[in-house]
Design a protein around this ligand. Structure first.
Ligand code: MEV
Length: 344
């Protein structure tokens, strides 16, 4: 089993176009961001293995010998995505969590243990291992909003820039290195309720809402075409098309009922700086993206970030197309990440 520190990271992601529509069988374009979340797994000379998930405040330690002595064949039985109550009971026994541990944290630890016992003995992951991670991430999504399309877990697992259509994933070849602002309005939202709201609106006004979804689909396809062209030979005109697509989609998403005053404010603030934004993901608050055209002066970008921060939002500048879930060597991580993981 594990004899060295294991460092794993997964990228943040955004949906460029097609959120909500993707739940109704339309195309979505999603990209992994160069913003990552990390976990560190470290065996100790005292025979323990530590799990540290700093983003959700989890620290646990297990006895390696105990894990090694476990008969893990129970994990190989049945469908990996729907563990039997017996499998969950066995994992709980191994995890040994206190009774007052929050359900979400408990589930994160159990999912981790399942994956650790199944695949973390390896130094490299195969396509099959990544598929397993993707399936488990999809189960996590199901807990959050019941009826996920699968686009979010897919892009975090596989990375890059993906086209997602009815469970079929393809990578965009040579996506351009777009720079964006990712702004968190910090307005909490309920993805399950927002997805249900769109479904209800579709049932109530099929003649009105179905064409909106078809139009969003066309926006995703046009964006895919333009990104393909940009990969070959980027030009400013293509950025202008991307901006128009962003504006149109943002209006459609508002018409679907998933906008929010904070997102309108985000769009207005960036518009005042000549930039175009849309919500990303479920909407109703949450995050928005803003396209940064090449040639923008850095002081202008900084002024926009400052204006967004003054609204009480968090704003990060980043680029798209990062690798998916990855294993790292300790020496390859920058010092800030090492520090966040408690030193290596
Ligand atoms: C949420 O990030 C994206 C939605 O399209 C839901 C989904 O695709 O599962 C709103």
């Amino acid at each position: 089993m594990l004899s060295e520190v294991l460092l794993v990271s997964a990228p943040g992601k955004v949906i460029l176009h097609g959120e909500h529509a993707v739940v109704h069988g339309k195309v979505a374009l999603a990209v992994a961001l160069n913003l990552r979340t990390f976990l560190r797994l470290q065996p100790h000379s005292n025979g323990k293995v530590d799990l540290s998930l700093p983003n959700i405040g989890i620290k646990r330690a297990w006895d390696v010998a105990r894990l090694q002595s476990l008969d893990t064949s129970f994990l190989e039985q049945g469908d990996v995505t729907t563990p039997t109550p017996e499998q969950v009971e066995k994992l709980k026994e191994v995890a040994g969590l206190p009774d007052d541990c929050a359900v979400t944290k408990r589930l994160a630890v159990l999912a981790f243990l399942y994956l650790y016992l199944s695949i973390c003995r390896k130094q490299r992951w195969t396509k099959e291992d990544l598929e397993l991670i993707n399936k488990w991430a999809f189960q996590g999504e199901r807990m959050i909003h019941g009826n996920p399309s699968g686009v979010d877990n897919a892009v975090s697992t596989w990375g890059g820039a993906l086209r997602y259509h009815q469970g079929k994933i393809s990578s965009l070849k040579r996506p351009p290195a777009l720079q964006i602002l990712l702004t968190n309005t910090k307005v909490p939202r309920n993805t399950r309720a927002l997805v249900a709201g769109v479904r209800n609106r579709l049932l109530k006004f099929p003649e009105i809402v179905a064409p909106l979804l078809t139009s969003i689909d066309a926006i995703s396809l046009e964006c895919e075409r333009v990104l393909g062209e940009m990969g070959e030979a980027p030009a400013l005109e293509q950025y202008l098309v991307l901006e128009e697509l962003i504006d149109m989609n943002q209006h459609h998403l508002n018409a679907l009922g998933v906008g929010h005053a904070s997102l309108d404010q985000l769009c207005q603030v960036t518009r005042a700086h000549g930039l175009h934004s849309k919500l990303t993901g479920a909407g109703g608050g949450g995050c928005g993206i803003t396209l940064l055209k090449p040639g923008l002066e850095q002081p202008e970008v900084e002024a926009t970030k400052q204006a967004l921060t003054s609204c009480g939002f968090d704003c990060l500048e980043t680029s798209i197309g990062a690798p998916g879930v990855s294993i790292h060597s300790a020496t390859s991580l920058d010092s800030r990440v090492q520090q966040a993981l408690g030193g290596l």
